[in-house]
Design a protein around this ligand. Structure first.
Ligand code: 9MR
Length: 358
């Protein structure tokens, strides 16, 4: 798959272009999986999902979550875009507090996402002079990670530092002040102070699917560890697509595991869309390819030593919960998640079970 032909969507993640898919939610041509066991009962680690605060008010979502997951990652309401929407002096914690309270009430663990991200905070920070910038940067991490100390088991301290083609680290408002490695080091140091108990992760997408990006990630981790960074876990987002060549994901998992650090499959979904506008493959063919890649990922994760299996998180439960199915991005047809819009298992659910059991 050629990286240059990919579309970069508003979130910053590189995605394949949209090609026509066959029909809507579930068609007669689609395989219907048999009942699958609760995913948390077969996963070889905590099994998580992304959550938006409003989903707490949706009894169907809550029932599906209670049955299948034992960990939650706030999908966007624990990010700067929400917390600092009213400015640095008026942080908003209402929604992340609500999610944390829900997690506690349900006996679920929580993963914090995310403290420092190239895609966020620019407007708030760009007017600040040097010392004020430092105070705001350090203060943000202290306030957010400090508030959830004892409530989260882990944090994505830095999100997505590497360019899509893997050629280098990104330049951003954080690196402009502290350097490309420097802002990452500083963020981890501040997070360590704010929450000495949380496991601190570096989180990145396409490292498991695009070899050049994987290499850049491995080099970065090596440099950070050599520099004494309190980096303790590696987050493989795993936003997959159906044309990732067979074996690439499993090979990368074996490679990245060599650091001996805990691994979090942190944002799994697998779009059926492809970049080829003339792609005439059927929905059933696409779902079969999706199952292959998801089984490969789940199986590679299950093969890790137990101490390295930190958690396995899907980026939403039902297809209609997915960021692929929101607003202008929604083609009404994609099935990137493990359950359909009615909460019935998709082939992906079966693929996860098969992978976890190998
Ligand atoms: O799924 C998330 C979407 O609801 C948000 O609008 C968006 C911006 O905050 O972020 C999406 O989640 C991203 C995650 O935080 C980082 N990796 C890529 C995810 C999909 O874009």
């Amino acid at each position: 798959m050629s990286i240059s032909r990919r579309t970069v969507l508003a979130s910053g993640i590189a995605l394949p272009l949209t090609a026509p898919l066959a029909a809507c939610d579930r068609t007669s041509a689609e395989p219907i999986p048999p009942n699958v066991p609760p995913l948390k009962s077969v996963a070889p680690s905590p099994f998580g999902t992304a959550i938006k605060a409003l989903q707490i008010d949706d009894p169907d979502w809550v029932a599906l979550a209670r049955a299948n997951v034992d960990q939650l990652t706030p999908e966007w309401e624990m990010k700067m875009e929400y917390i600092l929407a009213d400015g640095l002096d008026r942080p908003r914690f209402d929604r992340s507090d609500r999610i944390a309270a829900f997690a506690k009430a349900q006996g679920m663990a929580m993963h914090g996402h995310t403290l420092i991200w190239y895609a966020q905070g620019k407007e708030v920070f760009e007017g600040l002079s040097g010392a004020a910038f430092d105070r705001a940067f350090d203060g943000y991490i202290a306030a957010v990670a400090g508030r959830y100390r004892g409530k989260v088991r882990s944090w994505d301290v830095v999100n997505e530092p590497i360019l899509d083609d893997g050629s280098a680290l990104r330049d951003c408002h954080w690196s402009a002040r502290y350097g490309q490695d420097g802002y990452i080091l500083r963020a981890f140091e501040k997070a360590r102070i704010a929450d000495p108990d949380a496991v601190l992760f570096l989180n990145e997408y396409n490292q498991e699917s695009i070899p050049a990006k994987g290499v850049q990630f491995l080099k970065l981790v090596e440099r950070l560890l050599k520099a004494g960074c309190p980096l303790q876990g590696l987050g493989l987002q795993s936003h997959l697509w159906i044309d990732i060549p067979e074996g690439v994901i499993a090979a990368y998992m074996r490679e990245v595991a060599q650091f001996g650090l805990p691994i979090h499959v942190s944002e799994l979904d697998c779009t059926l869309r492809t970049e080829n506008r003339l792609d005439l493959r059927s929905q059933a063919d696409r779902l079969a390819l999706q199952s292959d890649r998801v089984t490969e990922l789940a199986s590679a994760f299950a093969a890790l030593p137990e101490r390295q299996r930190f958690a396995f998180t899907v980026w939403g439960l039902r297809d209609t919960d997915s960021w692929y199915r929101q607003g202008q991005k929604d083609d009404g047809r994609d099935k990137p998640l493990a359950f359909d819009s009615f909460g019935r298992p998709n082939p992906m659910a079966q693929a996860l079970v098969a992978g976890f059991r190998t």
